[in-house]
Design a protein around this ligand. Structure first.
Ligand SMILES: Cc1ncc(COP(=O)(O)O)c(C=O)c1O
Length: 289
């Protein structure tokens, strides 16, 4: 089945979809993005993604390319044209096309919008059952990781380091020894009391939508969630650990660097949280069907 992309007002075959060589996203990483899970045509937590998108844009003084309602239509339509049951839509907005020069172009330069969509194969049952390993890496990113910027070079480098070392993810560690987040996921631990611990939302991490959803789901079950920084040492001695993202949902972490957590198998709390999230996905998908 041929894939379809949306580029600046047109739906095009994926292979024929192109942007201008002087798009500021291409030349300066001057843009933002979102990745939204889609199931049976439903954009999962679409409103929260739209909210985060608008915040990222406004922090960078980039205009919305169209009203949020219209953008929603484009996202759904791009997903629909790619015909899948489970997948993601990716959207990217740059400050537009202009002669290469660092300051913002004239205010009437329209922002550029690209939307792609693709099927995502379900995460392998074996990976979920066995859990994944992560490595630690120094966090060399800038001070505004709360903005979902397309400027991802440090994230690319640490994710590649993880791949080379046979790990699923890299947990980035700040100069004080505290874990910030993964290259493309939020980091969590569970202590001996069964409390969930994850870094608070500030400039050092992305306000993950899956993180936000899981906090709400866990609190609704009367679980204790502590939003506070934790060190790499605390993570290595935690009872359980896991990561969250739009594509991984809730994934158990069983190894950090050379340290095996617990008995090396995914913990029961983590598996319960994954189930909680999967139930939420199933309900969301039914509601609007
Ligand atoms: C740096 C970073 N942290 C966390 C996340 C997880 O966020 P979400 O749950 O919204 O996918 C992502 C997702 O791409 C990310 O890039």
């Amino acid at each position: 089945m041929s894939r379809i992309a949306y580029v600046n007002g047109r739906y095009l075959p994926h292979g024929a979809a192109t942007v201008h060589i002087e798009d500021r996203g291409y030349q300066f990483s001057d843009g933002v993005y979102e990745v939204i899970a889609v199931r049976n045509g439903v954009l999962i937590d679409g409103e929260w993604h739209m909210e985060r998108l608008q915040r990222s844009l406004s922090e960078l003084q980039i205009r919305m390319p169209m009203a949020a309602a219209a953008l929603n239509v484009v996202l759904r339509e791009t997903a629909r044209r790619n015909r899948f049951r489970e997948g993601i839509v990716y959207l990217q907005i740059s400050r537009g096309v202009a002669r290469r020069d660092h300051p913002f172009p004239s205010p009437d330069t329209p922002p550029a919008l690209v939307v792609t969509a693709r099927r995502t194969p379900p995460m392998s049952a074996r990976v979920i059952a066995e859990g994944v390993g992560v490595i630690s890496q120094p966090d060399i990113r800038w001070d505004r990781c709360d903005i979902k910027s397309i400027s991802l070079l440090p994230n690319v480098l640490v994710k590649q380091a993880a791949r080379v070392q046979g790990a699923f993810e890299a947990w980035q560690v700040d100069q004080d020894g505290f874990v910030t987040e993964g290259a493309s996921t939020n980091a969590w631990i569970i202590n001996s009391e069964g409390h969930l611990i994850t870094r608070p939302v500030e400039n050092a991490i992305l306000n993950g939508i899956t993180r936000r959803r899981l906090i709400a789901l866990a609190r609704a079950q009367d679980m204790t969630v502590e939003e506070r920084p934790f060190t790499l040492a605390e993570a290595k001695s935690a009872r359980e650990a896991f990561l969250t993202s739009t594509t991984a949902f809730v994934l158990p972490v069983v190894r950090i660097d050379e340290t095996v957590l617990g008995n090396g198998r995914p913990g029961s709390h983590t598996m319960g949280l994954r189930q909680l999230y999967m139930n939420f996905l199933a309900e969301k998908t039914l509601e609007t069907d």
